[in-house]
Design a binder for this molecule. Structure first.
Ligand code: NAP
Length: 305
């Protein structure tokens, strides 16, 4: 079995930054990505809070990071991690049965979007319900769409979709947004976007096997209202991808608990990025975590020699 100094689980901004730092220190690095290189970043229309780059498409930044992450010799493979064993070295087992060993591990597996919990929602995912505005927005040109949620993802993607579609209706369950104030202001100023507060999705309206609208319920009065639309984009938050992680390392929401040096309670296991317990989940904070985790491992492996 091929041995590595570090295995990094996840090729998002945290994992790729860790790969840059670890491989520049001449460590032998393997990165394992289950889905898309660049992580959730690749599905984001525009990034405008990454210092030094005033505006860049999420996909472009994801591609640049993916290239950069491999520039100093890190190997990137595709695979879904099923289990991690910890003694005497770290052993990572993939869903296809492949196994890889390393002296240290960085878990940077990110988060996965929550799906809409309504009858038939799964059946219509990809044909009326989408979790990726950048991928699917084009199909709704000049049509009406609904966005559910009031966080940064919902509002940023609403702004993008408003440039394509006839009308965007944002439905939020409180009477205030969770997103940053600057994005909220831009959404409120956009003529194509209307906002319905204090409502939650109740039922899909389906005719001729197509989404034709969404019934929403007022959280105070329980009254039902109908919004007609051809597409629904739920952005109702995300959960950490930590199913394969030892439960003793997780908080009550499944996020990995780390110390300041990104170490966990298991020796040689570090974590970084959106999958750890923290307040601010941004590309820049993910990169920060990845750099710290790699630097800690460089010191840890030196001391182990
Ligand atoms: P989020 O910040 O957790 O927001 C989720 C939104 O969905 C909230 O408005 C929430 O309402 C609503 N919601 C949750 N469950 C719901 C349900 N069952 N029914 C209806 N509405 C529901 O999620 P996010 O926007 O995906 O962002 C995730 C993290 O990534 C955040 O830390 C965010 O700041 C970060 N992010 C940053 C950027 C950026 O800086 N450019 C871009 C995207 C994401 P409540 O507010 O009432 O709970």
């Amino acid at each position: 079995m091929e041995q590595y100094d570090v295995i990094i689980i996840g090729a998002g901004p945290a994992g790729l930054t860790a790969a840059i730092y670890a491989s520049r220190a001449n460590l032998k690095v393997l990165i394992i990505e289950a889905e898309v290189n660049g992580g959730n970043l690749s599905k984001t229309y525009e990034i405008e809070n990454y210092p030094g780059i005033k505006s860049i498409s999420g996909l472009e930044l994801a591609n640049q990071l993916t290239e950069h992450g491999q520039k100093f010799g890190a190997k990137l493979i595709s695979g879904e991690v099923k289990t991690i064993e910890n003694v005497p070295v770290k052993k990572v087992v993939l869903a296809n049965g492949d196994e890889y060993e390393s002296r240290a591990l960085i878990i940077a597996s990110g988060t996965k979007e929550r799906t809409l919990n309504l009858p038939r929602a799964e059946e219509f995912t990809g044909r009326g319900i989408s979790y990726c505005a950048v991928c699917d927005g084009f199909f709704y040109r000049n049509k009406e769409i609904v966005i559910i949620g009031g966080g940064n993802s919902a509002l940023e993607e609403a702004l993008y979709l408003a440039s394509l579609v006839a009308k965007v209706t944002i439905v939020i369950r409180r009477d205030e947004f969770r997103a940053d104030a600057s994005v909220v202001d831009r959404v409120k100023d956009n003529e194509k976007i209307s906002i319905i507060t204090k409502h939650v999705p109740e039922e899909l309206i389906i005719e001729d096997d197509r989404i034709k609208g969404l019934k929403i319920r007022n959280v105070d009065t329980n009254e039902i209202e109908t919004v007609s639309c051809s597409g629904i984009f739920p952005y109702i938050g995300a959960d950490p991808c930590t199913e394969f992680v030892d439960k003793s390392l997780l908080d009550e929401n499944g996020y990995i608990i780390t110390k300041n040096d990104m170490s966990t309670d298991i020796e040689g296991v570090y974590a970084a990025g959106d999958c750890i317990r923290k307040d601010l989940r941004q590309v820049v904070t993910a990169c920060n975590d990845g750099a710290i985790a790699a630097n800690s491992i460089i010191k840890y492996l030196k001391n182990k020699k």
